[in-house]
Design a binder for this molecule. Structure first.
Ligand code: SF4
Length: 97
């Protein structure tokens, strides 16, 4: 249903016949870590997240997985793997079946 308070007219899964079903009955404002994210939207209570109603929780356990302004560097050991050996190893594994 459409939100009637913080983001009037915006489709929201938390809005129902009883109003907003989210904790404290409303979206929460963005936190400092959100600054620069494309998902920030202006609302009747200031800046909120258009993707998740509780930005503080999104950052509680590390980087927000919805963030558009933060890149996560995933380090792999790909450089150490010889592609030819890896290919032969994979082919050998298939033959053993
Ligand atoms: S997607 Fe994450 S970083 Fe972006 S505004 Fe929402 S909570 Fe903040």
């Amino acid at each position: 249903m459409q939100c009637q308070t913080v983001l009037p007219g915006a489709e929201c899964t938390f809005w129902g016949k009883q109003g907003c079903a989210f904790t404290e009955g409303s979206c929460q404002p963005i936190v400092e870590n959100c600054e620069g994210c494309d998902r920030i939207v202006e609302s009747s209570i200031g800046k909120v997240c258009g993707a998740y109603p509780a930005p503080e929780k999104k950052w509680a356990a590390g980087i927000c997985n919805f963030a558009t302004h933060v890149k996560v560097d995933i380090k792999t050991d790909d450089a150490k793997i010889n592609p030819l050996k890896a290919s032969k190893k994979a082919a050998g594994a298939k033959k053993k079946k």
